[in-house]
Ligand binder design. Structure first.
Ligand SMILES: [Zn+2]
Length: 440
């Protein structure tokens, strides 16, 4: 006798059902085969109405739907769902036979719905890879990614995702270093809006190919007026194309050069001075035993973070490797530049910034003078930072860190669409498992 057909449930295991935890599904048997946990399950749908005419159908046997669920007890889980088949008896109906449906898994799905959710969450928050998840699920890479891609596309294109952006950042990344210069750059858009408490949880809004004002302007146009009118501040890196896009597409927004990019310009200039002096004094590139090479990282550290020991080391190596004091002076300039963002108040910071912008262009060190000219060209955008209560310090940097980590974990990407989805998932800004109950 088929217990399940009459709904008695005599062969269902209540305790196992509790562990399996799918409403309306029951475990008939469990075994371990080839290191996989194999579960035979069925639903308790004992009546089937025809999806077309609604007439009660008659049983037409079973078909086993094999699929994988979230791993359990250290093993991949293979589920054999004994699906009921039904036959419509209504003679005028075009439906002949059909199989039962359950939200547990879509028709012909190779993964249970919750397994797809689990894997997509893991890619968002757990620094993992598609191949690792596929291995845990007991499926191949393509099976895992095909299912995750659908879920990820839904999540990253959900309505309202880009609503309420008041501070918008733009930056460039290299997504595929092996490609030609033109093709490897991407423009990323970052939400840098602070919440009511002034906290910043930066999130990646989108990524498009190319590094150009056109790429950014096109994206802004696509978002429409309802998006662009909300933007009050537009942070950018010092790239004229982006500035033009902001001028044209976000005319009411204040363009701001954020602290991260300004400090980066300074560290680049300092590094150039160090390498030039190294070359001039040693007539070759830096070597690991050279005094300036050895302090190349310490030079970049903010003076407020240096320990006494590090300061002594810095002095010792500068004395040995920088006879003309050029690196030393460049280092002071760099620290001065950093200092404008560590001032006690925005007004003080602005005052220091004005001094830096006025002084650097006449610096006898050519790299610093050039930095000064760049800052002078971006004067308004540099100073706007201090009128906007620290628009974006750190946000863009944090997102860049997540993007780089995602690319490293995946050993690079060959397909831009996959790259875009993966970085959007990882840098979505949702704190991991925020809405989930915590277990004691
Ligand atoms: Zn029918």
């Amino acid at each position: 006798m088929d217990h399940s057909m009459c709904g008695s449930g005599a062969s269902w295991w209540a305790r196992t059902d509790r562990i399996f935890d799918v409403e309306g599904m029951h475990v008939l048997a469990a075994s371990v085969v080839d290191e996989q946990l194999v579960l035979d399950v069925e639903t308790d749908q004992v009546l089937g109405g025809c999806p077309s005419c609604g007439v009660v159908a008659v049983g037409h046997g079973r078909r086993v739907h094999r699929l994988h669920d979230v791993p359990c007890f250290g093993r991949p889980v293979l589920v054999r769902w004994r699906k009921r088949l039904w036959r419509c008896v209504e003679s005028t109906c075009e439906v002949t036979t059909f199989s039962e449906q359950h939200p547990y898994a879509a028709r012909r799905a190779k993964l249970a719905a919750r397994a797809v959710t689990w894997a997509t969450d893991a890619l968002s928050h757990d620094d993992t890879t598609v191949s690792a998840l596929a291995r845990h699920l007991g499926v191949d890479w393509h099976t895992a990614w095909t299912a995750i891609r659908v879920e990820a596309t839904g999540r990253t294109s959900r309505p309202g995702r880009t609503a309420g952006v008041r501070t918008l950042g733009v930056d460039e990344r290299i997504w595929r270093p092996s490609m030609k210069r033109r093709e490897r750059a991407v423009t990323i858009m970052v939400d840098l809006t602070r919440d009511d408490q002034g906290r910043l949880q930066a999130r990646l809004l989108d990524a498009v190919t190319g590094r150009s004002g056109t790429a950014y302007a096109t994206w802004l146009k696509e978002q429409g007026l309802e998006f662009t009118v909300e933007v009050e501040h537009a942070a950018l890196d010092p790239f004229r194309g982006y500035a033009n896009a902001i001028r044209d597409e976000l005319p009411d927004a204040i363009a701001v050069l954020d602290a991260f990019h300004v400090v980066k310009l300074g560290s680049q200039a300092l590094d150039e001075v160090r390498r030039r002096v190294q070359q001039q004094t040693l007539h070759r590139r830096g070597h690991r035993d050279d005094p300036l090479y050895r302090i190349r990282r310490t030079l970049m550290t903010g003076v407020e973070h240096l320990t006494d020991k590090q300061t002594a080391r810095l002095n010792r190596h500068l004395e040995a490797g920088d006879p003309g004091w050029e690196v030393t002076i460049a280092w002071r300039c760099y620290q001065e530049l950093r200092g404008i963002y560590h001032a006690s108040s925005p007004a003080t910071g602005r005052g220091l910034a004005v001094k830096v912008i006025d002084a650097f262009p006449t610096c006898p060190i050519p790299e610093i003078a050039r930095l000064g000219r760049t800052l002078r060209a971006w004067r308004d955008q540099v100073l706007a930072y201090f009128a906007t209560a620290g628009v974006s310090n750190g946000g863009t940097e944090a997102i860049n860190g997540i993007i780089d980590k995602t690319r490293r974990l995946a050993h690079g990407f060959r397909n831009f669409a996959n790259y875009r989805l993966r970085i959007l998932l990882a840098a979505d800004g949702t704190p991991p498992y925020r809405d989930r109950p915590t277990h004691a």
